[in-house]
Ligand binder design. Structure first.
Ligand SMILES: Nc1ncnc2c1ncn2[C@@H]1O[C@H](COP(=O)(O)OP(=O)(O)OP(=O)(O)O)[C@@H](O)[C@H]1O
Length: 238
């Protein structure tokens, strides 16, 4: 379970997430939706412990795996695909233990599972955006975490790749893992995600997707976005 209690997160003195309270139930499958700049990535990173909570609290039961926004990752570093996947075993191997035969086999199996069997030795910089997204999913497979956070996981991928990755996500959900994904595709979310948190820095709605993404709530989110003060230094209620 993940509990947010009056959570506020900022960048410098600029507020990004305002007073969010609620819970992601164990085994739930939730989309986070909202306009650009709504604080979705900031919220995900705060849940993952990569960004500090300025106020309030995040409580997480269980290990977290995060799929970051692909576009934000440096792919010029000369590292082979298999080594990127092996990063998924970081919590098990630590900094000083190299991967043994079993771990290498695990990495190759994960590459095969995402359709990148022949890519093990390829430098990561040579992958297309969609192939790179598949690679990040292979790393998630090795992380084997009960809580999985995904930031725009289907960005820059074709229909077939999106369908394959979505199937993987549903398999994880079927295994009882808690899944939270930041998404922009309204139809996809309505079709595939039972729960939604609609965020516009403030929480607009959080619950069953059909209700959370009602026309009225979406309009409220858009209106909030239109009235954000880019120079505001603190949220009004703080
Ligand atoms: N590193 C940073 N430094 C300063 N401000 C930041 C930083 N990252 C995000 N912000 C600001 O925080 C606010 C929320 O950003 P965030 O990336 O969380 O939004 P988002 O909902 O994920 O947006 P998008 O849909 O465009 O990806 C934005 O106004 C953004 O400009």
């Amino acid at each position: 379970m993940i509990t947010l209690d009056n959570l506020v997160a900022s960048h410098g003195r600029r507020p990004a997430v305002h007073h969010v309270t609620g819970r992601f139930a164990p085994g739930s499958l939730t989309a986070i939706m909202g306009p650009n700049g709504a604080g979705k990535t900031t919220l995900l990173r705060t849940i993952a412990g990569l960004h500090p909570a300025e106020e309030g609290r995040v409580q997480v039961a269980g290990r977290i795996a995060l799929l970051p926004q692909g576009a934000t990752m440096d792919r010029t570093f000369p590292i082979a695909c298999r080594d990127v996947v092996l990063q998924g075993l970081w919590s098990k191997l630590g900094a000083f233990r190299g991967a043994g035969r079993a771990e290498l086999a695990q990495a190759d199996q994960a590459l095969g599972a995402v359709g990148l069997r022949d890519f093990a030795a390829r430098p990561v910089g040579s992958l297309s955006a969609g192939q790179f997204q598949r690679l990040l999913f292979a790393r998630l497979l090795l992380q084997d975490a009960p809580v999985i956070l995904l930031d725009e996981p289907f960005n820059a991928v074709d229909g077939k790749t999106a369908a394959d990755l979505l199937a993987m996500l549903h398999r994880w959900h079927g295994e009882g893992r808690t899944i939270i994904a930041v998404l922009h595709d309204l139809d996809l979310v309505r079709r595939e995600f039972p729960e939604t948190l609609l965020l516009a820095r403030d929480p607009i709605a959080w619950g069953p997707t059909a209700i959370a993404l009602s026309a009225e709530n979406r309009l409220r989110a858009r209106m909030m976005a239109e009235h954000w003060d880019a120079e505001a230094e603190r949220c009004a209620a703080a």
